[in-house]
Design a binder for this molecule. Structure first.
Ligand code: AMP
Length: 597
């Protein structure tokens, strides 16, 4: 499969064509693009058209596009459809220098190659599953939610690629390694790659946060921006220009944004050039320390990007005095390190260094081509049927008699909110569930009233209450655990009714047919799309005309998968790549052994 990769930057468009063996067939770059027609600058559109002419002689089987911003919901490369184009459009305000050009390039490419698949590979996707503590700014959360203010991270394609090469070099699986990757180029960012996942990165809501860059400031006290605005010297647009285009190495050195020239000036004794180099290195070193602390350790530090790959002196400055962390630079190796297409990595630490430092030649285009091929192959397989997940918090179902004792003889349940299963609703009424060790207040009543009392709690609740409750299917409460319930008007000691709900999937008969399962079947289910993929065995299928497709799990199970809103599950065998499937199979085997043993 020949894959054409289009990488649209803010002022350049790179392209590369790879054959089925990942060999580069041809590549090129159109630079200094802009809208300045007075200076006859080529526009992005013209550049893209010229690229299509250049590759006209080759067969193109798929096109991969780099897209800077896909937002929080896109965690994977995507085959481009209208929804993907809409997501790119939606994030134009967050990446105004990139997303508009990517979108235009995609649309042009779709016109020129209408019959081949187009895939978007996102810079944000690698970071999309960072933990909430890393994505959240400590500002009023209502404001943050209203304005979509959270940390996204960028350069994900490069960080993921560099981490993969480092793991290959270290001959250890990526999911056993804690890496700090530093993409140092005209744009620069650091990433904590913890066991294969990005768990922290220095760029935030926009690519302005973090390290010192060519012309971007990186971290600046937000208070400074307020004072500059208050001073009246800068309009909002001027401040934007200051921070994005006139800061960083350029602003510090007053020379330009090319580190090579700054290094020459520094060697000639230019004080501002020296300051620029020192601030750049200090900031990067600071982030290494922070990420080692955030991950509780580090196995390797990886340098990539124009500066990371080429500037031995900058790497030395960044790594100096990191011996305490176990990272000991080998001056000769660092000086001689050279990465190019035939040699994509170089080790620059001594043999006794506990933490290795590696230089990796970034290759975003190859990564995009690989991902494009993977997505195209995946979409050729039948699409998995996913199942929406509902997380059941603790709740109770009561009989008329129990309800009357707890809430008064004349009371009736007050419906508050319809539940997803037809006819079911949450009520205003809440009870206190009392066990020998503790009690749990405000346990919600679900309606309508039933023929038997049933209180459903999680394993954690059970421990808290001090009662051993059996795992049961809903409705099967005979011989289950005793429990005391207290309402505003009275208390009832139930001799049975307390259960830990057996996880299950509600299905309409049409769904059961589609999934090829029957009522009462026990299945395994893979939950992906949360923060921690999880496979659950012993899931019961429940089929009824009145049911709507939905998997019900309790809060312990949801927390184990770190599920958010709109999570979905897939019946195993799941739609994952072969490696991941092997992991799932192993996981199931271990679970079986545990049960037997
Ligand atoms: P990138 O954005 O990754 O292409 O990186 C571009 C930047 O890398 C340039 O602006 C230079 O500052 C820097 N760079 C490239 N080669 C060298 C070198 N040999 N020494 C120092 N800096 C370099």
């Amino acid at each position: 499969m020949n894959v054409l990769v289009i990488n649209c930057g803010s002022s350049s468009v790179k392209f590369a064509l790879f054959d089925g063996d990942e060999q580069l067939v041809t590549q090129g770059k159109r630079e200094r693009l802009g809208s300045d027609t007075a200076q006859h600058k080529e526009t992005h559109k013209e550049a893209v058209a010229a690229i299509f002419e250049t590759v006209a002689e080759y067969q193109i089987d798929a096109v991969g596009h780099r897209v800077v911003h896909g937002g929080a919901d896109i965690t994977q490369p995507q085959q481009i459809d209208q929804a993907v184009l809409d997501a790119i459009e939606e994030h134009i305000p967050d990446a105004p220098m990139h997303n508009p050009f990517s979108k235009a390039a995609i649309e042009s490419a779709q016109d020129v190659f209408p019959s081949v698949p187009h895939v978007a590979v996102f810079d944000t996707a690698f970071h999309a599953r960072m933990p909430r503590r890393a994505t959240t700014y400590a500002i009023d959360q209502d404001v943050a939610e209203r304005h979509g203010i959270r940390r996204f991270g960028f350069h994900g394609i490069s960080h993921e690629y560099a981490a993969g090469i480092a793991a290959e070099f270290l001959e250890r699986p990526l999911n056993e390694l804690r890496l700090i990757t530093l993409h140092l180029g005209n744009g620069a960012s650091a990433c904590a790659v913890e066991f294969g996942r990005s768990t922290e990165t220095s760029m935030g809501n926009t690519p302005l946060e973090g390290l010192v860059m060519g012309t971007r400031s990186g971290d600046v006290d937000a208070g400074v921006l307020l004072s500059l605005l208050r001073s009246g010297e800068f309009t909002v647009d001027e401040l934007d220009d200051l921070l994005n285009n006139k800061s960083g190495l350029l602003g510090l050195s007053g020379q330009g944004n090319d580190l090579r020239e700054i290094q020459h000036a520094a060697a000639d004794g230019d004080d501002r050039a020296r300051l620029a180099i020192n601030v750049f290195a200090h900031r990067a070193r600071k982030y290494i320390g922070a990420y080692a602390a955030a991950m509780g350790g580090v196995d390797a530090i990886v340098f990539t990007g124009g500066i990371g790959e080429n500037s031995a002196s900058m790497r030395r400055r960044i790594l100096q005095r990191l011996e305490f962390l176990g990272c000991v630079l080998d001056e000769d190796r660092n000086h001689d390190a050279s990465v190019h297409s035939d040699q994509d990595h170089a080790l620059i630490t001594t043999p006794r260094s506990r933490v290795e430092a590696i230089v990796v030649k970034t290759n975003e285009e190859l990564m995009i081509a690989r991902e494009t091929k993977r997505v195209v192959h995946a979409t050729e397989r039948p699409t998995p049927k996913t199942i929406p997940i509902a997380i059941s918090a603790r709740h109770c179902h009561l009989t008329e008699e129990t309800f009357a004792t707890l809430f008064g003889a004349d009371a009736t349940p007050t419906p508050m909110k319809d539940l997803s299963q037809p006819g079911q609703y949450a009520c205003e009424e809440q009870v206190t569930v009392i066990g020998p060790r503790n009690q749990i207040e405000r346990v919600r009543l679900l309606g309508p009233l039933r023929k038997a009392n049933q209180v459903e709690i999680s394993r954690t609740d059970e421990f808290h209450l001090g009662i051993d409750a059996p795992v049961r299917r809903s409705g099967n409460v005979r011989g289950s655990a005793p429990v005391t319930l207290k309402g505003p008007e009275g208390t009832v000691k139930l001799t049975e009714g307390l259960i830990c709900a057996h996880r299950h999937i509600h299905m309409h008969p049409d769904d059961a047919e589609a999934f090829a399962v029957s009522d009462g079947d026990e299945v395994a289910v893979a939950i992906t799309g949360g923060n921690r993929d999880l496979v659950l065995g012993d899931v019961t299928i429940r089929v009824h005309e009145n049911f709507r497709l939905e998997m019900h799990i309790d809060t312990d199970e949801a927390n184990a998968a770190e599920l958010g809103k709109n999570a979905t599950a897939t019946l195993s065998p799941v739609d994952v790549d072969d490696d991941a499937y092997a992991v799932y199979t192993e996981l199931a085997a271990t679970a079986a052994l545990t049960r037997l043993g």
